[in-house]
Write a protein that binds this ligand. Structure first.
Ligand code: ADP
Ligand code: ASP
Ligand code: MG
Length: 422
């Protein structure tokens, strides 16, 4: 029998009424003859509420012991929504059982708040499926080698769903959310954004890593590594719409370039306002400085994004990079206290109010002048570019946060990404 994995995001699980709707939709798939595993997120707002409580009690202590408890706390959101969905399914007369990450188990490393899935034991889930039950597996969480509960980073339920689909060799992983697919950019920022019927895996990977939160980046990485067919679609259609129509709706992430029908040079625009810029000033320009600065940051398990080293003048240079805004204060402290004195640099300055805007498209491989066009559009809007980074299929700029929406809208228009007739 064919196995399908459904994932429902927070808004889709946001009330008992919505959970009942999810149960009815899943019931429709069960009646159509599919084996079903469902991965729910916490009810909308719940993860933020829980993390907010922790912050109220301890605004400062952000060490490993604290992170361990944050994960134990945040994981309860998915445990509750999973049990509620199992209850709703049972109420519909559909046998169902829910498992927390540690019960499956979904094994992760020990990086609290951003753990990576290492393996999934599928025996227990398979036994339930064989017995005719719908299996609900909590999103967002796993268990480390010492039995501690871990979470996979914000938006991590997408990754849970794709990893479970890969482990069980599901026919398809359907990501149900509050928009009806992947758009050329966030439709909440640009109402004229157009839904893509298909998007290539590589473009989706860049969009996700450049900040499109419609899919967590690791879920796209998993889908690529294990070739999991992945579709993003709406949970807000009536639950009883025709199943064939539902199965073809939304956006399919494709792996073959010729499957990718929409041949625009730029396919989408991503943005991320969750970044901060840090500059180390007056660094003696000698071998090893990048390692001394960024090695210390990496040792603290902090990701670094755009990096720039200026031309040196009289043997002295400046070194700038961006980090997640949540890590900003920690990185400044770390550099001030342990790196700058050793390095002999003169100062560390930073700006937590920046954002990154990226244009993404496979067509950029074969077209020249796309980045130049981006810079022209931004200059016409009077927006100053602070940093630039490129890859084969994307160009990103770091700009002042206050110009983000203006930049995204102007670029969306200039690259003709609007819906026909908009
Ligand atoms: P869920 O709770 O279902 O996981 P998320 O809020 O994590 O939902 O992701 C869906 C949201 O992603 C949408 O509501 C939309 O605002 C945002 N988004 C950002 N970029 C895009 C894009 N390119 N296409 C569609 N949605 C996007
Ligand atoms: N509940 C988690 C979050 O809010 C995981 C998810 O929704 O994907 O980040
Ligand atoms: Mg999400």
């Amino acid at each position: 029998m064919t196995l399908i994995v459904h994932k429902y995001g927070g808004t889709s699980m946001g009330s008992t009424e919505r959970i009942r709707n999810v149960a009815k939709r899943v019931g429709k798939w069960v009646r159509a003859g599919y084996h079903m595993v469902v991965v729910p997120s916490a009810m909308s707002g719940e993860t933020n509420r829980l993390l907010g409580l922790a912050k109220e009690l301890a605004p400062q202590h952000h060490n490993d012991a604290y992170a361990r408890e944050l994960d134990a706390l945040a994981a309860t959101g998915e445990q509750a929504s999973s049990a509620l969905l199992a209850i709703a399914l049972q109420a519909e007369g559909i046998p169902s059982v829910s498992y927390a990450g540690w019960q499956v188990p979904i094994r992760t490393d020990m990086a609290y708040t951003k753990a990576r899935i290492e393996s999934i034991d599928d025996a227990r889930v398979r036994a339930d499926l064989q017995a005719g039950r719908v299996v609900i597996v909590t999103g967002f969480q796993g268990v480390d080698p010492q039995g501690n509960i871990t979470t996979l980073g914000r938006g991590g339920s997408d990754t849970s769903a794709v990893a479970v689909a890969a482990a069980l060799k599901a026919q398809e992983c359907l990501i149900y959310t509050d928009v009806d697919g992947v758009y050329t950019t966030d439709p909440r920022v640009v109402p004229e954004a157009r839904r893509l019927k298909t998007v290539s895996f590589e473009e989706m990977l860049e969009m996700a890593s450049m900040g499109s939160k419609v899919l967590q980046i690791r879920s796209v990485e998993f889908a690529g590594k294990y070739r999991v067919p992945l579709r993003v679609l709406s949970s807000f259609t009536p639950w009883d719409i025709d199943i064939t129509q539902e199965a073809q709706s939304g956006t399919l992430i494709t792996f073959e370039e010729d499957e990718h029908m929409e041949q625009a040079v730029v396919s989408g625009i991503a943005f991320n306002r969750d970044e901060a810029k840090i500059s180390v000033l007056g660094v003696p320009d000698r071998p090893g400085i990048a390692y001394q600065i960024l090695g210390a940051v990496a040792d603290a398990n902090i990701d670094v994004d755009v990096i720039i080293q200026n031309l040196s003048k009289d043997g002295i240079t400046d070194f700038s990079f961006t980090v997640n805004r949540g890590d900003y204060a920690r990185v400044i402290d770390l550099l001030k206290n342990s790196v700058i004195p050793k390095l002999g640099a003169s100062d560390v300055v930073g700006d937590p109010k920046i954002c990154k805007v990226s244009i993404v498209g496979i067509g950029m491989r074969s077209h020249v002048g796309i980045a130049a066009k981006m810079f022209k559009v931004l200059s016409e809007e009077g927006i100053n570019i602070q940093m630039i980074s490129t890859s084969e299929i994307k160009t990103s700029v770091v700009i002042d946060e206050k110009y983000m929406e203006l930049a995204v809208r102007a670029l969306h228009k200039a690259f003709e990404l609007e819906q026909a007739g908009a």
